[in-house]
Design a protein around this ligand. Structure first.
Ligand code: SF4
Length: 330
């Protein structure tokens, strides 16, 4: 790929709105509080999706985050049709869908890539700690995840992955996962960002990272920056990291804060910081907070022409600060 290394001193974020097609999931990851059992399936209507989008007119990115249906289930075609329909709805509203809905067949992934400028799937990690968390989650088998990340590379999809950190894994497990991602990137070049996501316990109230946890994660951020190729953005969700310690995370190698909506549907007890406050804090410490679309600039050439035009139009709007007024239309 044509490498496009992030500008030093810049920290990017994506104005985003999250749609949840369904919380129902056939997996049962032991840490998950998002999931509902299949018998209690919910479904997001078009009307509810439109209302969410209208409430966030400046959100270029529409993150489609869904519970999963088993690949061989009779419900799979309807579930997948809904992902497509909601992607098309987001596009019709001038937005940029980014789907993260678990492992997809090659045909499913290729079909969604025609509607989604970028997509994602967390690797989460390698090693026995993850095997334990995923004992009742067939789609989180390691071989399935590794193959998915390779399939996205073969299909040439700008892709987001990441590690879930602090679940009992060792530093050696983290290093092994980062080295595997670095090799994947050298082979396919499609990894536009790697999220380093601290695991946080579910609670009524947020439990901030302790000083020891922060020090441990800073070490891993620096290791990720050394191991991953320089064009791969390193992302930290800003609601899961103490705001006053954000400059230390940036100094260690973080250069992206990901999609920011008004709340985090996976970690609802951890409120998103106001973007204005983030911008002030960063500029006081020598960083510049820059809005971006769901596709980093280095991957625009990978997009089908219509999606690329839409991404470029949004980029201009975000840079001019006038995204609130007009979502671009074709
Ligand atoms: S696959 Fe996702 S939604 Fe399903 S149980 Fe695991 S974390 Fe929860």
């Amino acid at each position: 790929m044509e490498a496009c290394v992030p500008e030093p001193g810049w920290v990017t974020w994506s104005p985003s709105v999250t749609l949840v097609p369904t919380h129902a999931c056939f997996n049962a990851c032991s840490y998950c509080s998002f999931r509902r059992p299949l018998q209690q399936a919910d479904a997001l209507s078009d009307q509810a999706a439109l209302e969410r989008l209208q409430a966030r007119p400046a959100a270029a990115e529409v993150l489609l985050l869904s519970g999963e249906v088993a690949p061989d289930s009779a419900q799979r075609p309807a579930w997948f049709a809904r992902l497509r329909a909601l992607s098309a709805l987001a596009l019709a509203q001038g937005r940029l869908p980014h789907t993260n809905a678990g492992p997809l067949s090659r045909r499913e992934m290729a079909a969604l890539a025609r509607l989604n400028p970028s997509m994602g799937l967390m690797l989460e990690g390698l090693g026995p700690a993850y095997d334990g968390l995923h004992r009742h989650a067939p789609s989180k088998r390691l071989d399935v995840r590794l193959e998915q990340l390779q399939q996205a590379g073969r299909l040439g999809i700008p892709f987001t992955t990441g590690l879930l950190l602090g679940v009992g894994e060792s530093q050696a497990d983290r290093e092994r996962a980062l080295r595997w991602l670095a090799e994947l990137q050298q082979r396919f070049g499609h990894l536009q960002e790697v999220i380093l996501q601290p695991w946080r316990p579910d609670a009524e109230q947020a439990r901030p990272l302790s000083a020891a946890e922060q020090a441990d994660l800073l070490h891993t951020i620096a290791m990720a920056r050394r191991i991953l190729p320089p064009e791969v953005h390193l992302q930290m969700p800003p609601n899961l990291w103490p705001l006053e310690a954000l400059p230390a995370a940036l100094a260690a190698g973080i250069n992206d804060l990901g999609g920011i909506d008004t709340s985090d549907v996976i970690n609802p007890a951890y409120p998103q910081p106001a973007v204005e406050r983030l911008g002030r804090l960063l500029s006081e410490t020598g960083w510049r907070l820059i809005p971006r679309t769901c596709v980093h600039r280095g991957w625009w050439a990978w997009l089908p022409a219509a999606l690329r035009r839409r991404v470029e139009a949004w980029d201009l709007l975000l840079a001019s600060g006038s995204a609130q007024a007009n979502a671009p239309q074709d």
